[in-house]
Design a protein around this ligand. Sequence first.
Ligand code: UDX
Length: 435
Amino acid sequence: MRIAMIGTGYVGLVSGACLSEFGHEVVCIDKDQAKIAELNKGRVPIFEPGLDEVVAANARAGRLSFACDLSAAVSQADAVFIAVGTPSRRGDGHADLSFVFGAAEEIARALDGYTVVVTKSTVPVGTGRKVEDIIRKLRPTAEFDVASNPEFLREGSAIEDFRRPDRIVVGAETERARNVLKEVYRPLYLNETPIVFTSRETSELIKYAANAFLATKITFINEMADLCEKVGADVQEVARGIGLDGRIGGKFLHAGPGFGGSCFPKDTLALLKTSQDANAPVRIVETVVAVNESRKARMAEKIIEAFGGVKGKTIAVLGLTFKPNTDDMRDAPSLVIVPKLQAEGARIRAYDPEGAHEAKKVLEVETCEDAYEALAGADGVVILTEWNEFRALDLERVKGLLKKPLMVDLRNIYRPAQMAEAGFTYVSVGRATVG
Ligand code: UDX
């Protein structure tokens, strides 16, 4: 099967590479000539574990290629995936669909023979219909269908998520389109991955509902964490105690500094806009957005309090990205926390295993080559992202390097008892402070 993937951002690149691994012939298209040139040399522009290998192996096998010419790839394709960006529109939070609609116009001009055009980007309900209208208007007699096939990939484990998804969601209006998508995902179908076939609108909404629900789950446990701190309970144990209930489930109940990343903040906002336009308010999600936003600033206050004021102090910050195993800084809690600490007079020495380069673009912060370098001479340490290499720091060495043995751990990667024993003052989230 021949596939054209429009857009070589995070989603397009991972999806294109993984679909070629299924055995399909995939051409990934992007307007950015420099990026395509790099990809053709085997250089992957993002950090995602395992992606380099999948790209290299399938390019070598001749199943995966990169090009700027959309029309050649589209004219030969059985399925064309639109995986271009849908950023939040400045000012109103609506998803900006100009790239999606632009791609639809170009695809329309290039269609040749029956083709299924699939929206992979996260798009508001009704976008599939609009894409169809755009194509139909430009090419009234072309043979095509427009389907929706949202992705549920997590950064940092996207390859694994693509190979072993919980489910595939396909919104399509014709049997012919459904059959093409079935063929695209046949290797997973054989592995008994459920494929949920729905209408286009339903499929589009499933993506937003999934992300909004997960964001709600995180925000719920974050508020429980605040309550735990007040009443002397332990949020990790609360999460385990409720998570073992099969109806609740233990995942996404990890309290922290608030969710960030390229999806949750943008998608919850876009869902609110959709609900306002439809005059069907989703008050829970409104609250989630507001609570999460204020949480990041509150975390900075928590740090300031733990340090007894930060004016003139040096703080070692471990982790800047919104989560581990990515270099992505989009909506990372550090973007709120670091500037607030700096505004209060703190000097920040940060270390992030993969994110320093991206972080430098959006934060004015001194970065170090490793965790211990950041710690040397600092007044205390703050853990903002739970990279694995921070989980087993040599605590004696940490203590020796810091002026005072103070750790603020916003990801709860250490145990309070262990930290007390090691002689630290240890402040975490939703658990009693020790030391
Ligand atoms: C998310 C969805 O999981 C994925 O299905 C969707 O396609 C895109 O958005 P991603 O943004 O890569 O993926 O990261 P995820 O692992 O979901 O984490 C999102 C944010 O929530 C991060 O800031 C993370 O630190 C935070 N989080 C997650 C918590 O604070 N607690 C948790 O228990 C889980």
